[in-house]
Write a protein that binds this ligand. Structure first.
Ligand SMILES: Nc1ncnc2c1ncn2[C@@H]1O[C@H](COP(=O)(O)OP(=O)(O)OP(=O)(O)O)[C@@H](O)[C@H]1O
Ligand SMILES: [Mg+2]
Length: 360
């Protein structure tokens, strides 16, 4: 199933929850909508799935305009932000609900619910009621029920957010494995950037009702086109600076606050341009002649130490130290350098850096 949105907006009163969104979802694609709380993700998925009619724009599925067709008349499986199983039905009956409503013969209904319960590895719970299952198990059943509807399109609104970290990670793999096996197109809403990175073919990054950026997880992580994307996906250090020239190889030379000049990646900015460089903690190292910084925090992360410093530029600069290496102490002085190629240079936002990364 192929989906196209043309200039879709959803307005409540005079507030736009979604504003002028256009996008295409390819057949069989796993697309996630990622963004901070309140940015319009649920609204967007409800409009795409037909739960709500957009106030403006068109929704096209496989070439047909379905803007005015409600969810129940479409071929879409939907899993809600809060688990919504029928409490008075067994697990098997929950999963078999849609085939039964479609009046399939009983053996067929049984076969379908058995198959999908097996797929999510919940067959041994078939006779139980939802209240007898844990949250994670109920969520698996909700997904099995959506799949059993036979739809070629699955809409998942925060399907994992109610679950604990362990189960969440486990289910990420399960869902992706299932839908890829069945060739289903998925639209998955989440505010969890790690979840989006791990399940998606492509990520749509939303902010304040609009699409900020679209790309594969690796694209967006390595080549964010905006400061907001660099900041929201993964961790990064953002340093205000001014371009002072170019090296012979075309790298941008920038002056950080406090006066120190460092080399950053190639860019199209010219001398005098107000800029911001983004450098992820894994691309910051200690070396002689680096930026002077004082360690103000050390956090053990298991495979590495996360180190926070306050630098001579008055910025916080975070970097990582492998667990196998010697870890510095709070109060130590260190000298930091960047992997130039892995830095990103952005125009300094007119509204200010704080405003550019604000979550709402
Ligand atoms: N039925 C409604 N009536 C009025 N305003 C609404 C309605 N539904 C959503 N909104 C508003 O639209 C905006 C977007 O809400 P939405 O639920 O789409 O956000 P979200 O990105 O899904 O957030 P979360 O991550 O918290 O689920 C919010 O400001 C919300 O208050
Ligand atoms: Mg939501």
């Amino acid at each position: 199933m192929k989906i196209k949105l043309e200039n879709v907006s959803m307005r409540f009163g005079d507030m736009y929850a979604v504003r002028d969104v256009s996008l295409s979802i390819a057949k069989g694609e796993y697309l996630t909508v990622l963004g901070p709380s309140g940015c319009g993700k649920t609204t967007l998925i409800k409009v795409i799935s037909g739960i709500w009619r957009p106030t403006e724009g068109r929704v096209i599925v496989d070439g047909d305009d379905v803007t005015d067709i409600p969810l129940e008349d479409r071929d879409t499986g939907y899993v809600f932000q809060n688990i919504a199983l029928f409490p008075n039905m067994t697990i098997e009956d929950n999963v078999g609900y849609s085939p039964r409503v479609r009046d399939l013969p009983q053996e067929e209904v049984d076969r379908i619910s058995r198959d999908y319960l097996e797929l999510v590895r919940m067959f041994d719970r078939a006779g139980m009621f939802p209240s007898e299952l844990s949250g994670g198990e109920q969520q698996k059943v909700a997904i099995a029920r959506a799949l059993a509807s036979g739809s070629k399109m699955l809409m998942l609104d925060e399907p994992l957010s109610a679950l604990d970290a362990r189960v969440r990670v486990e289910l990420r793999y399960e869902i992706r494995r299932l839908v890829k096996k069945l060739g289903i197109t998925v639209l998955h809403v989440t505010h969890d950037q790690e979840e989006a990175m791990s399940v998606s073919d492509r990520i749509i990054l939303m902010r304040a009702g609009g699409i900020k950026e679209v790309g594969t997880p690796m694209d967006i992580y390595r080549n964010p086109k905006s400061i907001f994307a660099a900041y929201f996906i993964g961790e990064t250090n953002l340093l205000e600076c001014t371009v002072v020239g170019k090296t012979k190889t075309g790298r941008t030379m920038v002056r950080l606050r406090g006066g120190r000049v460092v080399r950053a990646a190639k860019s199209n900015y010219d001398t005098g341009d107000p800029t911001v460089i983004s450098v992820r903690p894994e691309n910051v190292y200690t070396a002689k002649d680096g930026i002077k910084a004082e360690i103000i925090g050390v956090v053990f992360m298991g495979t590495y130490w996360k180190i926070r410093t306050i630098a001579e530029t008055s910025d916080y600069i975070d970097y990582n130290v492998s667990s196998n290496d010697e870890v510095p102490d709070v109060g130590d002085e260190v000298y930091l350098v960047f992997n130039k190629r892995a830095t990103k240079v952005f125009a300094r936002p007119e509204e200010g850096l704080e405003e550019a990364i604000k979550l709402e």
